[in-house]
Design a protein around this ligand. Structure first.
Ligand SMILES: O=C(CO)[C@@H](O)[C@H](O)COP(=O)(O)O
Ligand SMILES: [Fe+2]
Length: 219
């Protein structure tokens, strides 16, 4: 699968989201939107009304990462609104299969996210139900954190399990992905790379996306 880059607007200027989205339009494959609820993670960001506004403001497909309690209740709404990808956390979902199927039925790609301490082996049975597996490479909740090298063996393990099942599932890494860490992620088998600080902390976000893509492609 070709390398895909998904800049996270968590590191963008929340007062100018449409402009910030425009800075990577035509260059980024996705726009990663981190939804946080002060419960699943100790931070609060934005919800469905802001995602609906962003969908009107950009042509870049939106990749929603839901760090919320009760994703079974809230995730389908993001897919119905037009998000192209909706990812729920394995640690938060109580009816993961039903929710993932509802996301797909609404026309979005269904993603499952794993915190750094959550083993991938327990979720092998869910691979046929998902389009993307997200392996968190920081504790979820904040942008700009240091990449956790200890998660790389899990990325490799996830790649093996995905390949064993036919390789249809995209493997995303999220957290601390930068020009210093993206090659290691690609070598471990990731193909979708979220980058917040490395893109929106740069003077030229579009150039940062191009540079990250080149590094991942050449790894
Ligand atoms: O989901 C999250 C954080 O919980 C991420 O999407 C971050 O927004 C990535 O930001 P950087 O670590 O790349 O700055
Ligand atoms: Fe994220």
């Amino acid at each position: 699968m070709a390398v895909q880059i998904s800049p996270s607007i968590l590191s963008a200027d929340f007062a100018r989201l449409a402009d910030e989205a425009a800075r990577v339009e035509g260059v980024a494959d996705w726009l990663h939107v981190d939804v946080m609820d002060y419960h699943f993670v100790p931070n609060l960001t934005l919800g469905l009304p802001v995602v609906e506004a962003l969908l009107k403001a950009t042509s870049t497909p939106i990749d929603c990462h839901l760090m919320i309690d009760d994703p079974d209740r809230w995730a389908p709404g993001y897919a119905e609104a037009g998000a192209a990808s909706v990812t729920i956390h394995a640690e938060a979902a109580k009816a993961a299969v039903r929710t993932l199927r509802t996301i797909r039925a609404a026309g979005a790609r269904a993603g499952l996210a794993l915190n750094p301490a959550t083993a991938v082996d327990g979720y092998e049975d869910l691979l046929p139900e998902i389009d993307m597996l997200l392996v968190m490479t920081v504790e979820p909740g904040f942008g700009g954190q240091r990449f956790l090298d200890m998660v790389l063996p899990k990325v490799s393990r996830a790649r093996s399990l995905i390949d064993k099942h036919g390789g249809q599932v995209w493997l995303q890494v999220d957290g601390g992905v930068s020009d210093e860490t993206i090659e290691r992620c690609a070598e471990a088998g990731a193909d979708v790379f979220v980058a917040g600080n490395a893109v929106y902390g740069a003077d030229d976000p579009a150039a940062a996306v191009r540079a990250l893509r080149a590094l991942a492609e050449n790894a």
